[in-house]
Structure formats: structure tokens, C-alpha cells
Design a protein around this ligand. Sequence first.
Ligand SMILES: NC(=O)c1ccc[n+]([C@@H]2O[C@H](COP(=O)([O-])OP(=O)(O)OC[C@H]3O[C@@H](n4cnc5c(N)ncnc54)[C@H](O)[C@@H]3O)[C@@H](O)[C@H]2O)c1
Ligand SMILES: O=C(O)C[C@H](O)C(=O)O
Length: 362
Amino acid sequence: MNCESESSFLGKESYAALQNSSSPRSVKSTGRTQYHLNPQASYKVAILGAAGGIGQPLALLVKMSPLVSSLNLYDIANVKGVAADLSHCNTPAQVSDFTGPSELADCLKGVNVVVIPAGVPRKPGMTRDDLFNINASIVKTLVEAVADNCPEAFIHVISNPVNSTVPIAAEVLKQKGVYDPKKLFGVTTLDVVRANTFVAQKKNLRLIDVDVPVIGGHAGITILPLLSKTKPSVCFTDEEIHELTVRIQNAGTEVVEAKAGAGSATLSMAYAAARFVESSLRALDGDGDVYECAYVQSDVADLPFFASRIKLGKKGVEALISSDLQGLTEYEQKAVEALKAELKSSIEKGVGFAQKQSVAAA
Ligand SMILES: NC(=O)c1ccc[n+]([C@@H]2O[C@H](COP(=O)([O-])OP(=O)(O)OC[C@H]3O[C@@H](n4cnc5c(N)ncnc54)[C@H](O)[C@@H]3O)[C@@H](O)[C@H]2O)c1
Ligand SMILES: O=C(O)C[C@H](O)C(=O)O
């Protein structure tokens, strides 16, 4: 049995913000704290890969945010129609479309948050790493443009394999001399969303109350839900812990198989990415109580990148919540040790790719 309790519950605010985001710029009651959205707030968000399975519903959700004044949609194809469609929604964000590399720089100028879901998704039988050969170059090219046009922006990388594409992005930004580790994020929010959903279902809890930190990375066993740190405090049997952990780790594959060749998670991912965008905007807007899990440059687990809870602030990552890695159960400790080799190798693969490309270009 695992009945450990103490860790701070943080995350409900983000959920509430997204839930309530159609009531603009008002006081939001989240049950635990109240916060004001700045009535002058006006942030620019760009989505790169906006015509895709994730890009389209994500664009819709971001268009609903009261914090967004401009929403720039970029893709290599078909983005004009998406933007025209979205622009008819009577919410404040001004939608603009940008097609192809010649319009990328204009898309990125002055942007505060760049979200990157561009790239190919898995088909049944593939691992996320099987996407590396195509998506590594896509992410590299897009992040080069971000470095040139909005180096101060928060960068949210969704494109898989996240365990490698984030290190690629970091190398590109270093090569361009604009790397700020506090502003580069691998989006792992979907793992948290899934963990919260599956735990609430299993234990008959109110969904909005449940928060499970998920650490490590975003592929297979590198996805590690810390069920002992679930809020509210919950007792799990050993069987429940194993079953839930494996389901959360395989949830992406569950969707890939159900879609049977038509792609991977798009709607739940858009929901999760929108939550992370909203949290970032709230942090930029001065909310001092914003916490999310994300895959970032880190020193909490002797690997250069690691997903953990982070505190978000105006300048990006304000703190890594390393206390989540203390007081783990034996099951969790073993799982942390077990994931390190795979995560290390994925990080090295990304770094090696970016360095080789840079040498080749020189
Ligand atoms: N981080 C996560 O939790 C998570 C979850 C789900 C999916 N993903 C990943 O997100 C990525 C996108 O998934 P999807 O289902 O939206 O795929 P999709 O094929 O439906 O959409 C991808 C979009 O990217 C565009 N694109 C391709 N190359 C581009 C480039 N160079 N510049 C701009 N746009 C480009 C395509 O035209 C397409 O519109 C995949 O790599 C997938 O594995 C990550
Ligand atoms: O599983 C995938 O390939 C997409 C994504 O990483 C997910 O977790 O749903």
C-alpha cells in the first residue's frame, strides 16, 4: 500500500483558468487562491504547425484566451482556411495566417509564446523515436527562426520525440547565442492530464481536485507519474500503482492504436497544450502562483534535461520543484533509476544531431 500524502497541490489554477477563460479579464476563483488578470494584458502567441491535427484545436483554444491579443498561425500548407474560419469567433485575439518559410519571420516578430506542434505523428507499431529523422530537422529549422526573430519568447516544443527535440532546440539556441534555459519547455502536460483523469476515474474522485506530478521525459518508461504525490492524498494498492503507471506510460500508444493509422493524440494534446500556454501567459502577466510539469534543462536528477514540476514566472522557469523527487516509494525510486539510461541516450542523440548539423553548415 502507498498512502504517502505531503506535497503541495498546484495545478488546479491552470485548469480553472482554461475552464473559465471565456469570461475575460476578471477575478477568477480557483478554490484555493484568487488572482486578477491584468485588464491591459495583450500577449502574442504563434503556433507553428497550426493546420495540423493538434494545431487546429489548439488554435481554437488559444483564440478563447482573454490574455491573447494576437494569434499567429504558421504552417507549410492549408493555414489560410484555418485562420479565416477561426477569425469569425467573437473573441478578442486577432488571427493572422503565415504560409511557408518566406512568411515565418513575419509570423514570429514580437511573439511572447511560440508553440511548436509541427512534424509527423506516429502510426501503429512506431516509437516516438522513429519520428526523429523527420522531426529533428523540422524543429531545428523552426527554432532557428525563433532565435532570429523572437529570442525572448517562451518556446513550447510539442513535436516528438520530445526527449530529443528539446535538446536539439537548446543546441540551436546556443549556436545562435540566445539560449535561455528558463524559456525552453518540452510540453509534457498531456501526461499530467492523463494521470489526473485515470486516477480520478479509478478512485472516484472529483476530476478538478486531482493532481499527479509526472516526471522524467515523454516516451515509454521515461514517463513517470509520482502516484505517491497525488493530491488529494490517495491510498493505492501495489497493483493499482503498477496498472496506473503502465496505462499512463502507454496512453499515447493507446490513442495511436485506436486511430489505426490516422495519427496520434490531437484533441487531448490541444487541450493540454492550451493549458500550458494559459499558464505561461498567466506567469508572464505576473501571477506568482503558477506551477506546471514540463521537460526542461534541469539538475534535479543528474541528467541535463528532466521533466518535473516547475514554478513559472515572468522570466520563465523560476524554480524546479526538486522536493517532488524526495520521499519517493521504492517502486518510484527504481523507476527513476530505470528511465535514466533511455533518457540520457535520447538527449545525447538530440545534442549530437544539432552539433553535427552545425559542423556540416560551417
Ligand atoms: N508532446 C506531446 O505530448 C505530444 C502529443 C501528441 C502529439 N505530439 C507530436 O506532435 C506532432 C504533431 O502531431 P499532429 O497530430 O498535429 O500531426 P499532423 O500531421 O496532424 O500535423 C502536423 C502539422 O505540421 C505541419 N508541418 C510539417 N512540417 C512543417 C514545417 N517545417 N513547418 C511548419 N509546419 C510543418 C504539417 O503541415 C501539419 O499541418 C507529432 O510529432 C506528434 O508526435 C506530441
Ligand atoms: O504517442 C504519441 O506518439 C503522441 C504523444 O506523444 C502522446 O503521448 O500522445
